[in-house]
Write a protein that binds this ligand. Structure first.
Ligand SMILES: CC(C)(COP(=O)(O)OP(=O)(O)OC[C@H]1O[C@@H](n2cnc3c(N)ncnc32)[C@H](O)[C@@H]1OP(=O)(O)O)[C@@H](O)C(=O)NCCC(=O)NCCS
Length: 163
């Protein structure tokens, strides 16, 4: 039985960091996405963890960002990670879906994610029109995705930055 819950930092934060250490290679912190996360703080009430037998086996973290000169609010989804021994059941999609529902319920207009279109397309993300969103570092445009929450993700345009 797997429970999908909001993150309670006192209970889950260390285990989440441990999961990231196990799932992402050493190059992870050099990524453009990490430059954005560095200057933001994730939202525990919107983040989702998958708990099995008291252990954190999956996570989707979510970060507030602003987009373009209009400084439109948006949520940045990721990292998404599942412990290697728990893969194969699309658990990463389950935590991402739950975090999307939480973002929508909290009134956030739109979501942004950098990831594999085949995998994240299955939870509602679509590749953003090329050039619509830019980042404070190199980024493959084929992996830049957006999703409607309580508004229209298609309206997002410009440089994505920390608030
Ligand atoms: C990506 C990840 C969360 C998927 O785990 P999961 O939800 O259990 O997914 P499953 O194993 O059930 O299925 C994964 C599917 O995505 C593919 N996939 C594997 N690694 C992937 C990755 N890094 N990004 C996107 N898709 C991936 C698999 O080929 C599989 O496709 P298929 O079923 O059509 O063959 C997990 O592999 C992981 O934690 N990877 C390391 C961290 C990572 O790369 N996160 C994504 C970017 S933020």
């Amino acid at each position: 039985m797997t429970d999908i819950l909001p993150e309670t930092p006192a209970l889950h934060a260390d285990a989440i960091e441990g999961l990231f250490d196990r799932t992402f290679g050493p190059g992870h912190f050099a990524k453009t996405a990490e430059r954005l996360r560095e200057f933001s703080a994730s939202l525990p009430e919107i983040n989702r963890v998958a708990i099995e037998n008291g252990e954190v086996v999956g996570v989707c973290r979510v970060w507030p960002l602003v987009v373009g000169a209009a400084r439109t609010r948006a949520l940045f989804y990721g990292p998404v990670a599942v412990a290697p021994e728990h893969r194969g059941g699309r658990l990463g999609q389950k935590v991402t879906r739950a975090a999307l529902e939480a973002g929508k319920a909290a009134g956030w207009p739109a979501a942004i994610l950098i990831g594999a279109p085949a995998y994240f397309g299955e939870v509602g993300f679509v590749v953003a029109p090329r050039g619509r969103l830019t980042f404070p570092g190199p980024q493959d445009p084929a992996r830049v995705m957006v999703c409607d929450l309580a508004g229209e993700a298609a309206l997002l345009e410009g440089l994505v930055t920390a608030p």
